[in-house]
Design a protein around this ligand. Structure first.
Ligand code: NAD
Length: 469
């Protein structure tokens, strides 16, 4: 018998498979009507999304608390404000970012005009993760709408309260035919991926990224893959230890370390490891008190399975702070580990939790060699006052982005592209880069009356001319 819908486990929120095909078809049909192309439609949709955030922020916070134990302030800053600011910025620059651009024409082409036209791609699929479930689903949506596409959104089933909130609010505020929401997990996403989209924008882990790219390849659909990885931190003897500790505590322990650009591990010199750990412990107590478990600003791990995985990593070093977990409560204490071996379990996978291993190397050159021996990270952080050290990192390493003397704030600079390289992903977005990602840049050439060198090429070649060839 069918289980009672009220008693379904939370993660079973899903769109019936039979409805998925119809919703994708509706989004595609809507694009074909041309309705999503005028700037007025795009602007209206962006304004409606802004209204949703203004009128329903309370509901978003409640959902965020249910899924991740996020408090209102953190949820407001990282989920609501960040998205609102991107919408306002996009509305402000909509005309300039979507307008074609005239480019120069080489002399040999003669009198002509060349333009780059930005066209919407069509119907795009956006697949979101659970860690910033609202932000990471809506940020790409802004670019997709601004570029004039119709959209299919797939929130993460691992953040069921946010998924349900999105599925209810989006059709209420946005054009419900042009923006479709499909809820569900592997089965529903697999069904979605059978369809031919004009672009797929995926945020999540690399294993699923590869599944998405394989499915997209069948239709020659381009993809943007926003993946993760182990983002390293170098702390130099010249660094301000308090500034480094404050950044690390914020980056590693907000959202319980479940942030794609969270500092994953620290490399520092042997004499700095203990003072840095002590400073981190001091700042942590200041931020979360002596009992982080009861602190209202300290969150929870997304699921028991992930808590269990993190608990298994606690033995990879000696805890100088924290080191405990409570699996049923989805709690992992803010932890710093010393004496961590490079081949220990915690160094084999992205931690994605509130555990910070500190490893030691002789100097920044050894740190660079350590980083370069591993997959290219999404973010790379260095705390240093030396220009030569900054130059060495800039010239000798590769990563999605590199940030000096702070962490994670690169995300808030929408004039910078955000995305990975190598194992941390492909493609980029934010601000105008989002509009570029969701547009096709079409080459437009118009011949004008006047000089036409192709006439020469078409003319019979005289014996005299041949001498010059
Ligand atoms: P997740 O488990 O929510 O998965 C992401 C999406 O993939 C979900 O919508 C899910 O339904 C779908 N999915 C899962 N299995 C699938 C399958 N077999 N076939 C098709 N779709 C499937 O999130 P996650 O992957 O655990 O997210 C954490 C990872 O994402 C980390 O590695 C993190 O670094 C990375 N991340 C990257 C960014 C970024 O912007 N670059 C942001 C956040 C997270």
């Amino acid at each position: 018998t069918e289980p009672d819908a009220c008693h379904l486990p939370e993660h079973q929120v899903s769109t019936p498979l039979s409805a998925i095909d119809a919703r994708v078809a509706e989004a595609q049909r809507t694009f074909q009507t041309g309705r999503t192309k005028p700037l007025a439609w795009r602007r209206d949709q962006l304004k409606a999304l802004l209204r949703l955030l203004e009128e329903c922020a309370g509901e978003v916070h409640t959902a965020m608390d249910a899924d991740l134990g996020k408090n209102d302030v953190e949820s407001h800053l990282t989920e609501v404000l960040a998205v609102k600011s991107e919408i306002k910025d996009t509305i402000k620059h909509l005309e300039r970012w979507t307008r074609g651009q005239r480019v120069s024409v080489p002399f040999l082409v003669g009198t002509a005009r060349a333009d780059v036209q930005r066209q919407p791609l069509g119907t795009v699929l956006i697949i979101g993760p659970w860690n910033y479930p609202f932000h990471l689903l809506l940020m790409p949506l802004i670019g997709a709408l601004a570029a004039g596409n119709s959209v299919v959104l797939k929130p993460s089933e691992l953040a069921p309260a946010v998924s349900r909130t999105v599925a209810r609010l989006i059709p209420e505020y946005l054009d419900p035919e042009a923006v479709q929401v499909i809820e569900g997990g592997v089965e529903e996403t697999t069904r979605l991926l059978e369809h031919r989209f004009d672009h797929i924008f995926y945020t999540g882990n690399g294993t699923v990224g590869s599944i998405v790219m394989t499915a997209a390849a069948k239709h020659l659909t381009p993809v943007t893959l926003e993946l993760g990885g182990k983002s390293p931190v170098w702390v130099d003897p010249s660094a301000d230890l308090t500034q480094a500790a404050e950044s690390l505590v914020w980056g590693k322990f907000s959202n319980s370390g479940q942030t794609c650009v969270a500092p994953d591990y620290v490399l520092t010199t042997p004499d700095l490891a203990e003072p840095l750990a002590a400073e981190i412990a001091r700042v942590t107590t200041r931020a979360f008190g002596t009992s982080p478990r009861t602190a209202t600003n300290y969150g929870r791990i997304i699921s028991e399975r992930h808590t269990e995985r993190l608990a298994g990593l606690l033995g990879s070093g000696v805890p100088v702070m924290g080191g405990t977990a409570d699996i049923p409560a989805r709690y992992v204490a803010p932890t710093v580990l010393l004496d961590v071996a490079p081949d220990s379990a915690i160094m084999q996978e992205e931690i994605f939790g509130p555990i910070l291993p500190i490893l030691t190397v002789a100097d920044h050159r050894e740190a660079i060699a350590f980083i370069n021996a591993r997959p290219k990270p999404l973010a790379l952080y260095a705390f240093t006052e030396h220009q030569e050290v900054r130059d060495d990192f800039l010239e000798q390493t590769s990563s999605g982005g590199i940030t000096f003397n702070t962490v994670m704030t690169q995300l808030a600079v929408s004039t910078l592209p955000f995305g990975g390289v190598g194992a941390s992903g492909m493609g980029r977005y934010h601000g105008e880069y989002s509009v570029e990602t969701f547009s096709h840049e079409r080459a437009v050439l118009r011949k004008l009356p006047g000089f036409d060198p192709t006439r020469l090429a078409k003319a019979p070649i005289s014996r005299g001319m041949r001498r010059f060839l």
